[in-house]
Design a protein around this ligand. Structure first.
Ligand code: FES
Length: 106
C-alpha cells in the first residue's frame, strides 16, 4: 500500500491508502474525488482525468510519454505540471504523492 493525496479544486484533501500498481485516476474514481471524470476509463483517449502534480513531486513522477502529451493538448488550462492521472501508476517511489484537481476538465 502507498499513500496518495488528491486535493480537490475546493481545497478538500483526500488522503488515500492505495494499492501499488493502481493508477491515480482509478483511486480518484473509486473514492469519488470530485473533478476527475475519466470518460475513456483509462485508455489515454479523453483527457478528462487531468491533474497537476504537486511541485514537490514533478521530478519523481517525470514527464508524460508522447501519446499522453498529445492527449494533454485537449485538456483545460494545461501547465508544465499537467499529467493525465490514468497514466500514473502508484509505486513505492510515489509513496506520499500529492496531486491537484484542476478547476474543470475539458
Ligand atoms: S481516463 Fe481518459 S485519458 Fe485518462
Amino acid at each position: 500500500m502507498t499513500k496518495l493525496s488528491i486535493i480537490a479544486f475546493d481545497g478538500t484533501r483526500h488522503e488515500l491508502e492505495v494499492q501499488t500498481g493502481s493508477t491515480v485516476m482509478e483511486n480518484a474514481v473509486r473514492n469519488s474525488v470530485p473533478g476527475i471524470e475519466a470518460e475513456c476509463g483509462g485508455a489515454c483517449a479523453c483527457a478528462t482525468c487531468h491533474v497537476y502534480i504537486d511541485d514537490a513531486w514533478t521530478a519523481v513522477v517525470g514527464a508524460p510519454e508522447a501519446m499522453e502529451e498529445d492527449m494533454l493538448d485537449f485538456a483545460y488550462d494545461v501547465r508544465p505540471t499537467s499529467r493525465l492521472s490514468c497514466q500514473i501508476k502508484m509505486s513505492d517511489a510515489l509513496d506520499g504523492l500529492v496531486v491537484h484537481v484542476p478547476e474543470r476538465q475539458a
